[in-house]
Design a protein around this ligand. Sequence first.
Ligand SMILES: Nc1ncnc2c1ncn2[C@@H]1O[C@H](COP(=O)(O)OP(=O)(O)OP(=O)(O)O)[C@@H](O)[C@H]1O
Length: 610
Amino acid sequence: MGNLNDMSLEMAAFPVQLHSGFFGSCQMSRLRVMHTKCSMKCKILSSSVSNLCHGSHSFPLVNSKSQRRLLSIRSVITANGKKENHPTNREPNFLRKGFKLRLQPRLRLLSSRLKKTSIRSMLNNLGTYLRKNFKKVTLSASISVVLGLCYLFLKLTAMPTPKVVPYSDLITNLQSGSVLKVLFEEGSRKIYYNTGSIDVENNNDPQIKIAEMNDDDENSIKSVDITTPTVLRKVTRTKKSIPEWQYSTRKIDHDESYLLGLMREKGITYSSSPQSMLMSMRNILITIISLWIPLTPLMWLLYRQLSAANSPAKKRRPSNQVVNFEDVEGVDTAKVELMEIVLCLQGAINYNKLGAKLPRGVLLVGPPGTGKTLLARAVAGEAGVPFFTVSASEFVEMFVGRGAARIRDLFSVARKNSPSIIFIDELDAVGGKRGRSFNDERDQTLNQLLTEMDGFESDVNVIVIAATNRPEALDPALCRPGRFSRKVFVGEPDEIGRRKILSVHLRGIPLDEDSNVISNLVASLTQGFVGADLANIINEAALLAARRGGESVAREDIMEAIERAKFGINERQISPSNLTKEIGKIFPWMPTFKSRTDGSPSLGGYQTLS
Ligand SMILES: Nc1ncnc2c1ncn2[C@@H]1O[C@H](COP(=O)(O)OP(=O)(O)OP(=O)(O)O)[C@@H](O)[C@H]1O
């Protein structure tokens, strides 16, 4: 209802624009195209437009508050219509109306919410959030602190870098005798050197350039001889921004003897030294950060995968959704077999006295939808013991060994909570015959399951119930006595069974007729249907009844639901002529659909706008 109200309000915005003429005929034609596409929204829109523009005051599915709002919108339209002849007013009007219709209600809502929330409650909420997410908050805070420290360290230790030049430049400078000092870095191929002049134009450091320009006001200056005392003074002033070494280049292999010979010949000072501690730390830090940033998402995924695998199995107690044997019908043999296990678990039958052992596993076999899962839930509900339910596909993991770890984990939790029941649905997902494929992970998981089922002590009351539709695909080792020794076939129900199942599902449904009559009727018409199909028929019938606005489910709804279940939703039901009727059924309050069902030629109300 709320959505419909919202939708009506949205739709109501259209006529405002149409009447005000800002979208003009173009907007109208767009609306007509929308109409031909015949979407539901368009129809609803058109009916609202029709309503608004033709003065209809009835919006049957809209609550009174929204009605008032719609009527106020209508008055806006009328007012706007009067102003149509003043083109200069259009744009501000449009903006104002747009603001009124869209922003104003939202702002009002926001302000009312803000009024309701006090600072104290906000602080309380914050406190609760922090308490709840303590781990997450601590982790993100420490990551932020570490990153901040790293940034600070890099900022503080940042030094101006020498200009990187080709090796040939070094040789040319050596030959011309302009090189003053050379340093070979140990453990790398880097060579640093200083010349007697600073290449001001090409110098990366703007401060040097600025210093030189401002002081001397020599715009044409290209390079400065730093050996001259005045320049040396200026350079000392900007010492912080000057790199220790002006240039750096990379050594060429097998050219060392020539290089050294040249330096000796020119009498140039040269030396070698290891990289400074600070620089090494800086480089290591930069490497780590640049490596970890792309690796972090991968690590996070891996962590999630591993932590999910290690998480203890969800313990599911039959709390709010208690299912018991009364809810499962038409599978009497299976119920008797399972009831015995429940009695053993509850201690009602002293099986130990006769030297009997509780069966470790029960395999429920049968076609889909016959109620295997429901039976297992009923066992847990009746026994009142912890129930661990898991789908076998949850053990299928990407990483070898993770599935086995999950099985180990599940059984250990169940053992700790014994007496308990483990239910493994779709067992064939991991219990298929081994060695048929190269899927080592699946084989390992199955081996672990076999081992766990062997490992029960006789006094540990843990029962494994598994369900499968394909018992023939299971590994024979699973079905040997001592594991799934008890196989219970849960087959399709017969007519009496169907009747009983129907009576279970008809329990809370208001019917036009006696429920026994309906059960008998449906049971006789649904040969071969399983419990899930019958439950679906009842649900569909209830939906159909709701669609036509009925107070209770009629025989026709049930018949239509059976037809749908048997043949699907056929063409007849969705033919264009039927579609309007059907939509009319869903939205009987829509005047457009009413008129269409009455045989009126109305086309969703669009002609009312032209
Ligand atoms: N015997 C039954 N009695 C009552 N309801 C049933 C019965 N069988 C099935 N249903 C209904 O069908 C639904 C689905 O059944 P369920 O999941 O137990 O079938 P299943 O045999 O486990 O199917 P699958 O093999 O596909 O997992 C149940 O939730 C229940 O509403």
